[in-house]
Write a protein that binds this ligand. Structure first.
Ligand SMILES: Nc1ncnc2c1ncn2[C@@H]1O[C@H](COP(=O)(O)OP(=O)(O)OP(=O)(O)O)[C@@H](O)[C@H]1O
Length: 266
């Protein structure tokens, strides 16, 4: 369980990015975080693993107060939080396998990783996960030879190699075409279900969020203005999050996506 209490971030520039945010994400829940540009979505995700230092408030993961940990304890706690980025953050000149194994760096000692001596079970797990995402045959390819969708799969596998309890996912589909975006969202949701993982997915595409996440949280100007089941997010909620607009097209698209998903699952 992730518990966020009174989380506040004011950047040195004076921008109040998060304003006393309270949020709980139970184990195994996949939650989509939506909101307009500048609402504080990335800041929220990064305050959880303290890539950004909160100004005030508490973040607890399974009873451990992340916000008060010293650097050694924080490094260990970060193993339990896998991060997946929009821009993949792969090392281009390394192979897929090397990128995936870098997910174990928090566990393997410095010299072992320097000499690329990873335990056999890590290598087996890497192959198993690459196979799960359909990339086992690409293990020896350099990361710069992959398509965007393949890169994101590698990013997902690398995050899973940490054996996390929570995935922090920052705009995973922003650089992908619509079909690949759906495949990646489906994969993240399936993997979370298979492994009992919670996830916070920062995503701009409302229809995609509604299709794949049961719970939607809407941020506006650093505050939560919507929190509910995906199917409850309608014109009123969208206006609270994004401001006044004709939402009929967006809602129709979300409904069509829902129907298409139900039909393809049938
Ligand atoms: N490093 C920074 N220094 C100063 N201000 C920042 C910094 N990062 C973000 N901000 C400000 O904090 C607020 C929230 O930004 P954040 O990137 O968290 O929003 P977001 O919802 O993720 O936006 P987007 O969807 O465009 O990525 C904005 O006003 C932004 O300008």
């Amino acid at each position: 369980m992730l518990t966020i209490e009174g989380l506040t971030k004011r950047y040195p520039t004076g921008d109040l990015a998060l304003d006393k945010v309270d949020l709980q994400v139970p184990a195994g829940q996949v939650m989509a975080l939506i909101g307009p540009s500048g609402a504080g979505k990335s800041t929220l995700i990064r305050c959880v693993n303290r890539l950004v230092e909160p100004s005030a408030g508490r973040v607890m993961l399974d009873g451990v107060a992340l916000t008060t940990l010293g650097s050694g304890a924080l490094r260990r706690a970060r193993r339990r939080m896998g991060m997946i980025f929009q821009e993949y953050a792969l090392v281009e000149r390394l192979t897929v396998m090397e990128n995936v194994l870098s997910g174990r760096l928090g566990y393997v000692g410095f010299w072992a990783s320097w000499f690329r001596r990873f335990p056999r079970r890590d290598i087996e797990e890497a192959f198993r996960l690459l196979d799960r995402v359909g990339l086992a045959h690409m293990a020896d390819k350099r990361a710069d030879a992959l398509s965007g969708g393949q890169r994101q799969r590698v990013g997902i596998v690398r995050a899973l190699m940490q054996d996390p309890k929570l995935l922090l996912v920052d705009e995973p589909t922003a650089s992908l075409d619509p079909k690949t975006s759906r495949q990646i969202m489906r994969l993240i949701v399936e993997l979370c279900a298979e492994r009992g993982l919670a996830a916070i997915i920062n995503i701009h595409d409302v229809a995609l969020a509604q299709q794949f996440a049961r719970r939607i949280v809407g941020l506006r100007a650093g505050r939560i203005v919507f929190d509910g089941p995906a199917e409850d997010l309608r014109a009123e909620g969208l206006t609270a999050i994004y401001g006044e607009e004709d939402w009929s097209q967006t809602i129709r698209r979300a409904e069509e996506e829902e129907e298409a998903a139900t039909e393809s699952a049938a």
